[in-house]
Design a protein. Sequence first.
Length: 84
Amino acid sequence: MRIYMQTGFMENKPPRYYQLILEKDLLGGWAVVREWGQQNAAGRIKREHFPDLEAAQSALTQIRDKQLARGYKVVFIQGQEHLT
């Protein structure tokens, strides 16, 4: 699953993006990968591992809701089958 969010232009600054990816890892657990930064600039990546899908879904939902509260808007969602 992938959620891509973006802010609008603010004070002549390029928009910022925030991407969340929910993926199964090689050891049978799950990972939430966050990528964020300013458009057309180097961003940051953080990967968190979880023992099961439910824990990963919960973390992804909390992160998504926090970013929405900060003004990000969802641009697209791919693979909603894992979203609760």
